[in-house]
Write a protein that binds this ligand. Structure first.
Ligand code: XBP
Ligand code: MG
Length: 248
């Protein structure tokens, strides 16, 4: 194995698991329903709203763009975090109920990396309870040396701040780290922090511009379930550590 690769940094939503359509989106809608707001985010509308990362930021953007006449009894700056808290409760219920499963290859690759002593980290816009719950249910919290999530940095992706945070905490040179992301916002954030990035697309992101990625694939793949290469080259049927190391 190459001596150069020291760390893999994973995004969560859309990368480790397809959390958005059947998880976050449904949880937002349940929170809106509880509050009697009459708002509903369809699968299609949610795709547009995903241009804004961060749940609280997404609600604010929705109000500004789609509910311009909305008048709230409480100040919007109080309403948004309250809605978001309820949304988080519903998301955790969905997650713990088994609605969210890992994407192909994620557990295999993470276990392989762990076996080779590669440091693992998380860089996500999602709130910390969502991330810890996913890792506890499907992987292991202790496998990840740094979990950077939610409001830990004020500016969310596409700002590189969350990646700068991980780099600072780990103390590795960016050239020794590889990021796995699923979206243009995530790619932009990682690239601006000087990190080489592999993209695994999903239905919400497959049409986005990933020209700055080192490799774009359909998913991480499994030995019996090869991935599709969309951009770049991969000398294997699925993404393994040797293929990742060759990108450094
Ligand atoms: C994830 C997000 C998050 C989730 C919802 O983006 O943008 O906002 O959609 O989570 P990325 P919260 O995968 O690029 O990190 O509601 O907890 O924000
Ligand atoms: Mg993502």
């Amino acid at each position: 194995m190459s001596n150069h690769l020291k760390c893999l940094i994973f995004d969560v939503d859309g990368t480790l698991a397809n959390t958005e359509k059947d998880g976050h989106r449904v949880a937002f809608n349940r929170a809106f329903e509880d509050a009697g707001l009459g708002w509903h985010w369809s699968e299609e509308l949610y795709g547009k709203l995903l241009t804004v990362s961060g749940g609280k930021e997404r609600i604010r953007y929705y109000i500004e763009q789609y509910q311009a006449d909305f008048e709230s009894e409480t100040d919007i700056s109080e309403l948004i975090p309250r809605l978001h808290q309820v949304k988080t409760k519903y998301y955790l219920q969905l997650l713990n109920g088994g609605v969210i499963q890992l994407r192909p290859g994620t557990k295999r690759l993470i276990q392989e990396a762990k076996g080779f002593g590669i440091t693992l980290a998380i860089a996500t816009t999602s709130s910390l309870p969502n991330v810890t719950a996913l890792l506890e249910k499907h992987l292991d919290l202790d496998w990840f040396k740094v979990i950077a999530a939610g409001d830990i940095v004020p500016k969310k992706k596409p700002s590189p701040d969350i990646y700068h945070y991980v780099i600072d905490r780990l103390g590795f040179s960016p050239e020794t780290m590889i990021v796995i992301e699923d979206s243009d916002n995530g790619l932009e954030a990682a690239t601006a922090a000087g990190l080489t990035t592999i993209v695994t697309v999903n239905s919400y992101t497959e049409q986005q511009d990933f020209s700055n990625a080192a490799l774009v694939i359909s998913d991480l793949g499994e030995p019996n379930q090869p991935c599709r290469v969309i951009q770049g080259s991969l000398n294997a049927k699925y993404l393994d550590l040797a293929s990742i190391s060759s990108l450094i």
